[in-house]
Design a protein around this ligand. Structure first.
Ligand code: NAD
Ligand code: IPM
Ligand code: MN
Length: 367
């Protein structure tokens, strides 16, 4: 059997910084656990634009389609803000998601006990939190037509279209129900059926799919109320399923329940390939963080935990994924903090690579 293949796309800003630590973790699993990967690397986002004039070349797209899993750092940066929309760094990521058909974006938000005092919410509200947001990732207002900026009368009009077909709703709903079956069997679907037809259809289809999962307790919430409930008492949720745009916003909000955006991993999964593995891309929820890029301040944990998700969802290595998650937990329990985890506290932070060192040491200690 050949080794499973991984394509690493570090991207821009802090992407390459956090990916350096992930590469060390990937090597550790090869050296110490015999889990060897064929790792290749390529450009995406602004880095690809600088080299090739496009945020994702066709050759890189083909590689992404061919590997067992893609690991991505982050894309974007102020330098690219005024580029034409068609070549913005973010388009590279959106093309990967769309062409790989990665419709189910799993964004878990777990509050490690050592960080329960670092959330902007009270300890009681977040301690022990473990929720999973399933964000639809290949449709909705991100991709709907018509779109663009058009002339109308004597002014311009910006247009984006929210659009969901029944099959698009059904497949992401099914992924969310399947996850709920493996967790606490509770699913909350969020839309705005009170004002959007796409929300009405969303609710109807999710309810219909729910008939196949009688053990799962299904509820529905308007997404605005959902945002409020997520900050009021997030532990009422187990799995949340929602559309592309609401999922983008609600997952950043959920990040603050865990202490920092630098903590949140994600898995973007598509249909099974010929070998039975789902098409998959793993990336942190955060972006390229231009405000701290190049300073050794980035928290690598979100990206490292994204690799843990790859071990679990692409490579059937749930126990090794748990080993990595426990190593992260141990390091946090030792009090190591990158600056994002210190808030206003006046304590010496560690650098990105020192956090990586500590996680590798904790992995060694797990043997
Ligand atoms: P961001 O997530 O990059 O940063 C938001 C804030 O969180 C910043 O203060 C940043 O310093 C902090 N932060 C984020 N990740 C961190 C980490 N690992 N460690 C410590 N602090 C961290 O969002 P933004 O500033 O709105 O966007 C910046 C750029 O990133 C934009 O070009 C945007 O389009 C892009 N972006 C890309 C992705 C992605 O590649 N998946 C996701 C979100 C934003
Ligand atoms: C995310 C990001 C992306 C999104 C951007 C960079 C395209 O914010 O992954 O959460 O909006 O989906
Ligand atoms: Mn986002």
């Amino acid at each position: 059997m050949p080794n499973p293949s991984l394509l690493i796309l570090p991207g821009d800003g802090i992407g390459p910084e956090v990916m350096t630590e992930v590469r060390r973790v990937v090597s550790w699993f090869g050296d110490k656990r015999g889990l060897n990967f064929d790792v290749s690397e390529d450009l995406v986002g602004g880095a690809a634009y600088d080299a090739h004039g496009t945020p994702l070349t066709d050759a890189t797209m083909d590689k992404a389609q061919a590997v067992d899993a893609v690991l991505l750092g982050a894309v974007g940066g102020t330098k690219y803000d005024n580029l034409d929309f068609s070549v913005k760094p973010e388009r590279g990521l959106l093309r990967l998601r769309k062409e790989m058909d990665l419709f189910a974006n799993l964004r878990p938000a777990q509050c490690f006990d050592a960080l329960a005092d670092f959330s902007s919410l009270k300890r009681d509200v977040v301690a022990g939190l473990d929720i999973m947001i399933v964000r639809e990732l290949t449709s909705g207002i991100y991709f709907g037509e018509p779109r663009g900026i058009i002339e109308e009368g004597n002014e311009r009009v910006g247009i984006n279209t929210q659009r969901y077909s029944e099959s698009e709703i059904e497949r992401v709903a099914r992924s969310a129900f399947e996850l709920a079956m493996k967790r606490d069997k509770k699913l909350c679907s969020m839309e705005k059926a009170n004002v959007m037809e796409s929300g009405v259809l969303w609710r109807e289809v999710v309810t219909r799919v729910g008939a196949d999962y009688p053990e799962v307790e299904l509820s529905h919430m308007y997404a605005d109320a959902g945002a409020m409930q997520l900050t009021r008492w997030p532990k009422q949720f187990d799995v949340i399923v929602t559309d592309n745009l609401f999922g983008d916003m609600l997952s950043d909000l959920a990040a603050m329940l865990t202490g920092s955006l630098g903590m949140l991993p994600s898995a973007s999964l598509g249909l099974p390939m010929a070998n039975g593995r789902p098409k998959a891309l793993y990336e942190p929820v955060h972006g390229s963080a231009p405000d701290i890029a190049g300073q050794g301040k980035a928290n690598p944990i979100a990206c490292i935990l994204s690799f843990a998700m790859a071990l679990r969802y692409s490579f059937d290595q749930g126990e090794e994924a748990a080993r990595l998650e426990r190593a992260v937990e141990a390091v946090l329990a030792q009090g190591l903090r990158t600056p994002d985890l210190l808030g206003e506290e006046n304590r010496a932070p560690v650098t990105t690579s020192e956090m990586g060192d500590a996680i590798l040491a904790a992995l060694d200690a797990s043997l």
